[in-house]
Design a binder for this molecule. Sequence first.
Ligand SMILES: Cc1cc2nc3c(=O)[nH]c(=O)nc-3n(C[C@H](O)[C@H](O)[C@H](O)COP(=O)(O)OP(=O)(O)OC[C@H]3O[C@@H](n4cnc5c(N)ncnc54)[C@H](O)[C@@H]3O)c2cc1C
Length: 313
Amino acid sequence: MGKELTYNATLVERVDYTDALATFKIEPDEPLPGERPFLPGQYVTLGMNNEARPELGSVRRPMSIASAPEEGAVLEFYIRWVAHPESDNPLTHLLWRTRAGDRLFLRAKAVGRFTLEHTVGSDDRRHKLLVAAGTGLAPFISMVRSHHLRHPQAELAGYTILHGASYPADLGYREELLRLAAERRLGYYATVSRPREAPDWPGDQGRVEDYFLPGRLEELEARLGFAAGGLNPENAVVYICGLQGTIGETIIRLLPRGFVPDNRKLRRALEVPDDVPASLFFEQYDATPVIDVGDPELMGRLRAQLRAALAVA
Ligand SMILES: Cc1cc2nc3c(=O)[nH]c(=O)nc-3n(C[C@H](O)[C@H](O)[C@H](O)COP(=O)(O)OP(=O)(O)OC[C@H]3O[C@@H](n4cnc5c(N)ncnc54)[C@H](O)[C@@H]3O)c2cc1C
């Protein structure tokens, strides 16, 4: 049971996309310290006391910042109400009872290394392929907004966002992203995994990781402006954010292209030589291992695929 939190931030706006998906704008009493108080891709911890059931105490959870550092002191979050929580005091259930003006806890320190700066560096020229499942879109909103705010006239053609959700209504930030696609050449493709329940949906169908199925890779490459086979670490860096399934399947499907995950445990299991730089980075919102490294048959196949890809490169 978490001890009582002293509230230090105010919910200034909440916009509900659906019953279970919302953006929260939260203003800390003291702005986060520093000239650039966070880097796009970082997260903070939000917390609340369970006032209806004080015996459950408080709960804190990490949340990616969806706003850009250039937007000022108010931080934006893109959050899903979790239908089947694992804890007895889920934060999202407390958050869903809040309204503008309510108080909560926000740890005044942004952390995390899922940023361009901590991975390949902000001057890396390769295409940034940003793969998001559900609310895993949040860090990528921060990245493209930040680039756009710093360079309002510049094109965003160096980024492509792939966003997957169950239904069209779950595709948060769609209007903003469509506008940036039309006006600033941001690459943006959305896919829904339950198209039968949305017959008017004109976009792609399937889970977001299915863009990387062998039969669909060439089409994706054409959209990215690459020749067939061009989606490789020489031309692109991949960032994935969301739950285990999307992350694991995307990694598995991109290993034959030579994409090397940054994660130390995976690198070791895949026997990646130390001098091969990472070209695939992920931020995981749940705790299930993204790939079962204890499965000898799976790991044998993945090692062979990656070895073959690195030998050709
Ligand atoms: C670095 C980091 C950044 C995060 N950023 C965000 C964010 O920007 N937005 C966000 O909604 N969540 C985010 N999360 C997840 C968040 O921290 C909580 O795990 C989530 O809100 C559930 O907390 P809870 O207390 O309500 O439920 P818990 O009782 O802790 O339930 C955990 C269950 O929730 C599931 N779950 C966790 N996150 C999600 C999700 N986003 N969508 C669907 N199922 C989920 C897990 O699979 C797990 O089964 C982030 C997690 C990490 C580690």
